[in-house]
Design a protein around this ligand. Structure first.
Ligand SMILES: [Zn+2]
Length: 515
C-alpha cells in the first residue's frame, strides 16, 4: 500500500494481495482518497503478522537451543584464534567442540608460556612472537553486492599489545567459557583448553583467576589488595614508603615533608590517617635501612644453588631457543615453497597484469623471508657465554650491600630491597632485626647463633609465602660495573639467567599485577 503512490503494484502467488482496488462510490461516479481501498488489506496485514509470529517461533527454538548447548559447554560460533570447531558424538547428540588449531594453537601456548616465565616484558614477548612469524587470521573481503567477488583481505596482522592482552585474559584458552549467554558465569567447556588453569592463573598474575571447586568454576576479576593500589605518584624522596610497612597497621607508609615554624622542611615517613600516629624522620629511617642491610649476608651455599639453578635454566632456555629456531626454519621452508609455486605459475601465464600481481606477491614473500632469516641469526647471537654469566652472578653476590644502598637510584634500590623479604617488613621489625627474610638471605648475627637451624631452612625450594613488598616493575636494576659487561650483555644476562631472583619478582607480581 505504501508502494501504490509510486505506481508499484505487488503480485503474489498466494493470492493474498488482491490486484483490484474498490471504489465505494463508484456507482455514483465519484472518487475520493478514502473511498478507494484494497479489499485484501486486512488479510495482508494478518498474513504479515502471522509471518512475524513464525519468525519469532523459529528464532526462539533455534537460539534457545543454542543457548542451552552453550551452557552445557558446547560451541555454536566461529572458533576463537588458536582453536577450530570440531563435531563429535556426545551424550547430547552430535555437537561442536573446540579442538586445537594445527598451526594457531602453538602461538597461544607460546604466549602463555613466555608470560608465565616472567622474564620478558609484554612488548618483548610480542616482538619475539612476531619475529617468529605470527599473524592474525586473515579473511577475504567480499563485494557486498556480489558475494562471489573477492575485493581484498582483512586480518593477517602482526600481534599488538592489546590483542596480546585479550589472548592472555581470555579464559577460553583454559577451556572455560564466559559470555552473556552464560549470564557471565564461567562454564567449563566440553573440551580441553590450550593451557592449564594453573598456567592461565599464573599468566594473569592475579588480575584474572580461575578457581574450580565442587560448585563449579569461577572467574575472579580481582581488585588488587589495598596495599598494591597506586597511591599517587612515586616519590623518589621516599622510595621505601611502599616497601616498609607501618608497625601499627602493617599498611604502607606515607612520605612527606612538613614545614616547620622557621620555614625549614622536615621530611619523614609517617602513618597518621588510620587512627594512630607513627612518624620517623627520613634521616633516622634511612640509617635504619643502611644498618639493616649491613647486617645481611647470603647463605653460604646459596651461591652454589644459584649457580645450579642458573645452569638448569640455561639448559632449558637453550632447548627453547632450539625449538623456536625450528619453527622459524619451517616457516622459511613454507615461504620458499610458495615462492616456487608462484614462479611456476608465472611461466604459464600470459596476461601482463596477472604476471605483475604475481611478481608483487613474490617480492612480498622475499622480504618476509629475509626478515625471518634475520630473526634466525639473532637467535644465534643471543646465546651468550655461560662463564661471563657466572662472573656476573658472582659480582652480584659479592656486592649485595652496594646494590641495596645505591643512593643514585633510590627507587630501584628500594625495589631490590623489597626482594630480600618473604613478607613486607614493618619498621619495627627492621629496627629489631626480626623481619621474615627470603630463604636465601640471613642476618649475620643471627647466623652465628643458629647456624644449623638456618642451613636447614634455606634453599631454592618453592616457597609458600610471597614477598608482599613493593616490586612494581621488572628487576631492571643492574650494576654498570659488572665484569666484562656492557648494557646489552647485562640485558641478555638478565633475560637468560637471573632466574631465582626474577622468580621472586614474579611471585610478587602475582600480588601486584600491573598489566
Ligand atoms: Zn599505620
Amino acid at each position: 500500500m505504501q508502494l501504490t503512490k509510486y505506481g508499484v503494484r505487488l503480485v503474489d502467488i498466494y493470492g493474498i494481495i488482491g490486484a483490484k482496488d474498490v471504489n465505494t462510490l463508484e456507482h455514483l461516479g465519484v472518487e475520493y482518497n478514502w473511498s478507494v481501498y484494497s479489499p485484501t488489506k486486512k488479510s495482508e496485514i494478518l498474513e504479515a503478522e502471522r509471518a512475524k509470529d513464525e519468525m519469532r517461533d523459529i528464532m526462539s527454538r533455534m537460539i534457545g537451543a543454542e543457548i542451552r548447548y552453550v551452557r552445557l559447554g558446547y560451541r555454536v560460533r566461529q572458533a576463537p584464534y588458536g582453536y577450530m570447531n570440531e563435531k563429535v558424538e556426545t551424550p547430547h547428540g552430535r555437537r561442536v567442540i573446540l579442538a586445537p588449531h594445527p598451526e594457531e594453537a602453538q602461538w597461544i601456548k607460546k604466549m602463555f608460556d613466555m608470560r608465565v616465565q616472567g622474564n620478558l616484558s609484554d612488548n618483548e614477548i610480542i616482538e619475539e612472537i612476531n619475529g617468529m612469524g605470527f599473524t592474525t587470521r586473515s579473511k577475504n573481503r567480499r563485494n557486498v553486492e556480489d558475494k562471489k567477488q573477492i575485493i581484498g583481505k582483512v586480518g593477517g596482522n602482526p600481534l599488538n599489545v592489546k590483542q596480546f592482552w585479550r589472548f592472555i585474559q581470555s579464559p577460553i584458552y583454559a577451556g572455560v567459557n564466559v559470555e552473556s549467554w552464560t549470564q557471565g558465569q564461567a562454564i567449563k567447556g566440553q573440551f580441553k583448553g590450550l593451557v592449564s588453569m594453573d598456567t592461565y592463573n599464573k599468566a594473569n598474575r592475579g588480575k584474572r583467576t580461575l578457581v574450580e571447586d565442587k560448585d563449579g568454576i569461577k572467574l575472579y576479576k580481582e581488585r588488587p589488595p589495598e596495599y598494591l593500589v597506586n597511591k599517587g605518584a612515586r616519590n623518589k624522596d621516599f622510595p621505601f614508603k611502599r616497601v616498609v610497612m607501618c608497625p601499627e597497621c602493617e599498611k604502607p607508609l606515607f612520605g612527606s615533608a612538613s614545614r616547620g615554624k622557621m620555614g625549614k622542611y622536615y621530611p619523614a615517613y609517617h602513618c597518621n590517617k588510620r587512627g594512630h600516629y607513627f612518624r620517623v624522620s627520613k634521616g633516622d629511617f634511612d640509617s635504619t635501612i643502611a644498618e639493616f642491610v649491613k647486617g645481611l649476608k647470603f647463605e653460604p651455599d646459596y651461591a652454589e644453588k644459584l649457580m645450579e639453578a642458573v645452569m638448569q635454566e640455561w639448559d632449558k632456555r637453550q632447548k627453547n631457543t632450539q625449538s623456536d629456531k625450528s619453527v622459524i626454519e619451517k616457516k622459511i621452508q613454507e615461504l620458499e615453497n610458495s615462492a616456487r609455486l608462484i614462479a611456476d605459475k608465472i611461466r604459464i601465464l600470459s596476461s601482463e597484469t596477472a604476471i605483475r600481481y604475481m611478481e608483487e606477491d613474490l617480492a612480498k614473500i622475499e622480504t618476509e623471508m629475509i626478515e625471518l632469516k634475520e630473526q634466525l641469526a639473532k637467535k644465534d647471537e643471543n646465546t651468550i657465554n655461560l662463564e661471563e654469566v657466572m662472573g656476573t652472578i658472582k659480582y652480584f653476590l659479592e656486592h649485595l650491600e652496594d646494590l641495596l644502598l645505591d643512593q643514585s637510584k633510590p627507587e630501584k634500590s628500594a625495589t631490590l630491597f623489597s626482594l630480600i623479604f618473604q613478607m613486607a617488613p614493618t619498621y619495627a621489625e627492621l629496627v629489631s632485626g626480626t623481619p621474615k627474610l627470603a630463604p636465601f638471605v640471613a642476618l649475620k648475627d643471627d647466623y652465628a647463633m643458629s647456624e644449623n637451624q638456618m642451613v636447614s631452612q634455606l634453599g631454592l625450594e618453592p616457597r609458600t609465602h610471597c614477598l608482599r613488598g613493593n616490586c612494581s616493575n621488572q628487576l631492571s636494576y643492574w650494576p654498570t660495573r659488572a665484569p666484562g659487561g656492557n648494557r646489552t650483555h647485562n640485558l641478555l644476562f638478565r633475560r637468560q639467567t637471573l632466574y631465582p631472583i626474577e622468580l621472586q619478582v614474579r611471585k610478587c607480581k602475582l600480588y601486584h599485577p600491573d598489566v
